[in-house]
Design a binder for this molecule. Structure first.
Ligand code: IMP
Ligand code: MG
Length: 174
């Protein structure tokens, strides 16, 4: 594939690294004792999750869910379906859901509801990015990387049409 113009940075690699490490310390502070499970939302969270997991100095398990939302691909329809579910039993565990971005909030709300039904000892939400301008449902974010303006962003796991996930920073597309 041919290279096109560079994508302007919104959040540099250096800021991503610093913030991810700080969140890792917060999660460690809140989870002394008990079994910790990180649950990443595929596919967007995979790079953040890999860095975050290595920033948490505690024994932990990693699991994943995959969701699909019906309707237009740039605007969440609110009808979110879980395509792939966690494989660990979560009952009695301390669970942190790891999202790439909370946009309308539909995805986080749906997945939190599904995880809560497994009766974890605690359930918290960690998201790298939050776009409050587009919030449609109220979700409580326990660990937040960055609040961003209402722009379409890619990189560090986030994609547009399947591409740009491997960009090392968060960039703004047009
Ligand atoms: P929701 O609207 O909060 O349910 O978010 C749905 C999903 O849309 C997120 O998990 C992302 O995968 C995707 N998404 C929302 N905004 C962006 C963006 O700016 N760039 C890339 N993906 C996005
Ligand atoms: Mg996503």
């Amino acid at each position: 594939m041919r290279r096109s113009r560079p994508i302007p940075a919104l959040i540099t690699e250096r800021r991503l690294r610093a913030r991810t490490r700080a969140i890792g310390r917060e999660i460690r502070r809140d989870h002394r004792g008990g079994d910790l499970v990180l649950v990443g939302v595929l596919r967007g969270s995979f790079i953040f999750m890999a860095d975050l997991a290595r920033s948490i100095d505690l024994p932990l398990a990693c699991d994943f869910v995959k969701v699909s939302s019906y309707g237009s691909r740039t605007v969440s329809s609110g009808r979110v379906r879980i395509e792939l579910d966690v494989s660990h039993p979560l009952r009695g565990k301390h669970v942190v859901l790891v999202e790439d971005i909370v946009d309308t909030g539909f995805t986080a709300e749906k997945v939190l509801g599904a995880l809560r039904a497994r009766r974890p000892a605690s359930l918290r939400l960690c998201t790298l990015l939050h776009k409050p301008a587009r919030g449609r449902v109220e979700v409580k974010i326990d660990y937040l990387g960055f609040t961003i303006p209402d722009r379409f962003v890619v990189g560090y796991g986030l994609d547009h049409g399947g591409l740009h996930r491997n960009l090392r920073y968060i960039g703004v597309l047009e």
